[in-house]
Design a protein around this ligand. Structure first.
Ligand code: GUN
Length: 291
């Protein structure tokens, strides 16, 4: 039987509906949540992410400040902008789109963001709080994956979860959250990466398989346990000369194969992507509520 498709757009719409009510309450108090988006350079994928984030803000009534800087912007100019945004009372969240150009130290830039406005959850203080189970901002993609699992009725408690990828943005925080003693946690987590041996032996054990390696089509049908829940975080641009754009988006999972084996699966696009944006809005609203 073909897998159930986990519709990220539908779940995102549901969460955004809940956020709409919270934004109205803030509005009654004279507060408009504000998100500053900072993009350095002209990377096409980054431009498209940033534009999608700004459009989502507009739809929901979140003020967004668009800061697009040329690729030769100096690190100091970027740090000065961050300082200005940290001090701006209309801004509750600051997002610096990654990756930054090579001449800029992204660690230094992220560390310059006020943790109270770190809606990406990438600041060392946010990461530390998350690891300790203390209040703070949870990175958007991992948070989106947890909400997706919860709203689709898939329990993580006691489940064997395999995470492919150990990035700071997705793999590392996801593994930490899923293994914690917390709602949507309590899973037995295995993290696989480029040095993992016998990868398929690990992935075939997974009740929930989360592919976040950034490698198009690396998970084939034979690597999936029958009936497993497969979450595909990969958004890879692969050449497609026959299309208008010249590329198409492909996940880390071979979708057609996985569909025949898995119990449930997220599509690409329309799976995790809409959830990432939604959790950014969620963090921005939370920040505005904290005041
Ligand atoms: N680049 C890819 N994903 C992300 C994200 O979630 N946040 C930021 N700031 N940059 C990214």
């Amino acid at each position: 039987m073909a897998a159930k498709i986990i519709d990220g757009k539908q779940i995102a719409a549901e969460v955004q509906g809940e956020l709409g009510a919270r934004i109205q309450k803030l509005s009654a108090r004279g507060i408009t949540p504000g998100l500053a988006v900072v993009l350095v350079g002209e990377d096409p994928a980054s431009i498209s992410y940033v534009t999608a984030k700004e459009r989502a803000c507009e739809r929901l009534g979140i003020f967004s400040s668009d800061n697009r800087l040329p690729s030769d912007t100096s690190e100091q100019d970027l740090l000065d902008l961050i300082a200005q945004l940290n001090a701006d009372p209309h801004i509750h969240g600051i997002l610096v789109q990654l990756p930054l150009p090579k001449h800029i130290d992204s660690g230094r830039v992220i560390a310059a963001i006020d943790p109270a406005k770190d809606v990406d959850g990438f600041h060392p203080v946010s990461m530390g709080n998350m690891l300790l189970g203390l209040p703070g901002f949870i990175p958007c993609t991992p948070h989106g994956v947890l909400v997706m699992l919860e709203k689709s009725g898939f329990k993580t408690e006691g489940a064997e979860v395999v995470v492919l990828g150990r990035s700071n943005i997705v793999g590392k925080p996801l593994a930490a959250l899923l293994s914690q003693k917390r709602p949507n946690g309590n899973a037995t987590v295995t993290v696989c990466h480029t040095r993992t041996q016998n990868l398929a032996e690990h992935t075939r054990r997974a009740d929930i398989l989360i592919a976040a390696a950034g490698s198009p089509g690396m998970v084939t049908g034979d690597m999936i346990k029958p009936g497993a829940v497969v979450i595909d975080v990969g958004v890879n641009r692969v050449d497609a000369p026959d299309t208008n754009k010249g590329y198409r988006l492909q996940g880390d999972v071979v979708y057609e194969e996985a569909l025949q084996v898995a119990g449930a699966i997220t599509p690409v696009p329309g799976g995790v992507g809409p959830m990432t944006i939604t959790m950014l809005l969620f963090n921005t609203v939370e920040s505005a509520e904290r005041g």
